[in-house]
Design a protein around this ligand. Structure first.
Ligand SMILES: [Zn+2]
Length: 68
């Protein structure tokens, strides 16, 4: 079995309440904003939405499996 497609996202910007994550795959370009204090995810650019995306920054972790 081939491993499931997976993209890692990196933090590109941060505010007191939100973190901007950008996909490291340049052909994808997915960008999302994740709330820090409560679970909230806003998609800015969908990119390749069939691929699982995950990333983390400090205490902020994002895993889109549950919200895809
Ligand atoms: Zn991606």
């Amino acid at each position: 079995m081939a491993p499931a497609p997976y993209h890692e996202m990196a933090c590109e910007a941060e505010t007191a309440s939100e973190v901007l994550f950008v996909c490291r795959d340049e052909s994808c370009g997915r960008r999302v904003v994740v709330g820090k204090s409560r679970p909230r995810l806003t998609v800015i650019d969908r990119g390749n939405f069939s691929v699982r995306h995950a990333g983390s920054l400090g205490g902020v972790a994002m895993d889109e499996v549950a919200v895809a």
